[in-house]
Design a protein. Structure first.
Length: 380
């Protein structure tokens, strides 16, 4: 392959995601390579099969992690609708000083800990927990993390809608209690950067987010950075599990003018992924583990305080999962994710607009309608 693809093209592709998400597909022209921050199976019929890229990269670097496959492969059509080079872990960020006052300097281990300590900190220090309940990306991630921890999910491993369950109702009831006892109404109108700003301003005791929070604090020399700790996914009644924060999914459109150049760019990029991992300050984790063979040691050697705080990310593959868990990401899950069905379900129950049971039933019905639409298109 002759590579005519440049970093400038990649930059434009990323900007294209921000401002023109649906334009290239609808107009059948635009960037050859396009980056989505969550699985894009709804575009499967408009993109090439990226299996060739996976094959070439796997030949050099070994098999991709399961998280990448479940986020970019359709087992029904046997097609890779995207290629993922990396993902972003989504740990819990908490205030060490506030949690130490409650006898838990290591932060929470369970969602019950968040409710108990979050309530005490809000009552004693007037500092709330900060978990979004609005129509935005971070809320979509956080609510799925909670849902999965309680044993609920939108679908089962065979793509059957199973949202209306006792486990989902219990998760929704928990979020209602968490909102009413530990949070404030501001979370109902948060955007994706609100939790970052709130934590760095010292206005919340805990958030779910990537290490962008701690890195921004460190890079700007903010005193609070040393008081932000990280924990692994929290345990719920069923399991300790967390969603990836961002799943970097590249697509090459069928109408792309330089398909071979775009393929070569992605292959070459993975060949040099270590440089990307370092440049991201350990934000972007590899989908091909061999490209960063000393990852745990690099995390341990990070010089920022408190010492060793990034160690919790070393075993992230044991607790991070994909959108669509316990199945694969599919077109119906993509639409449910992008239209904030679960965000709305949790928010309506939390603010009292609906009972938890009714909110779950309403969301389940929407999910079934969306699944039915995509089954007619034979993509599920």
């Amino acid at each position: 392959m002759t590579c005519k693809f440049s970093l400038v093209h990649l930059f434009l592709a990323i900007v294209g995601f921000v401002t023109l998400t649906t334009l290239p597909a609808s107009a059948q022209q635009g960037h050859d390579l396009f980056l989505f921050l969550s699985p894009p199976p709804a575009y499967e019929e408009q993109v090439i099969d990226h299996g060739e890229i996976y094959d070439e990269v796997s030949r050099k670097h070994g098999k991709p992690i399961d998280l990448a496959v479940k986020s970019t492969y359709n087992p029904k059509t046997k097609k890779y609708f995207a290629f993922s080079d990396s993902f972003v872990p989504d740990p819990v960020n908490y205030r060490i000083d506030l949690w130490s006052e409650q006898g838990m300097p290591g932060g929470p281990a369970s969602w019950d800990d968040v409710l108990k300590v979050g309530r005490a900190v809000k009552q004693g220090r007037n500092i709330p927990v900060g978990v979004g309940l609005s129509a935005e990306l971070d809320t979509a991630m956080a609510m799925r993390t909670l849902l999965y921890a309680f044993g609920g999910s939108e679908q089962d491993a065979s793509n059957n809608v199973v949202l209306d369950s006792r486990q989902t109702v219990e998760a929704v009831k928990f979020v209602k209690a968490l909102f009413q006892e530990t949070m404030t109404a501001e979370v109902m109108a948060w955007d994706p950067s609100s939790n970052n700003r709130a934590m760095l301003a010292g206005q919340v005791s805990l958030v779910l987010n990537a290490i962008s929070i701690t890195r921004e604090g460190e890079n700007k020399g903010l005193p609070i950075a040393d008081q932000i700790g990280l924990t692994r996914a929290l345990k719920g009644p069923t399991r300790a599990i967390g969603l990836e924060h961002v799943m970097d999914c590249y697509v090459i459109w069928k109408f792309a003018e330089n398909k071979e150049g775009a393929k070569k760019f992605l292959i070459d990029y993975v060949d040099h992924f270590m440089d990307g991992f370092k440049a991201s300050q350990y934000y972007n984790f590899p989908c091909f583990s061999s490209t960063v063979p000393n990852l745990t040691q690099m995390l341990a050697d990070d010089p920022h305080k408190p010492a060793g705080k990034y160690n919790v990310l070393g075993d992230v593959l044991s607790w991070a999962t994909n959108v669509g868990y316990p199945g694969y990401a599919n077109a119906a899950i993509d639409e449910i994710f992008g239209t904030w069905v679960l965000n709305t379900m949790f928010a309506k129950a939390a603010n009292g607009a609906m009972s938890p049971e009714d909110a779950v039933k309403e969301a389940d019905q929407k999910c079934r309608q969306i699944f039915a639409k995509w089954r007619q298109k034979n993509l599920i």
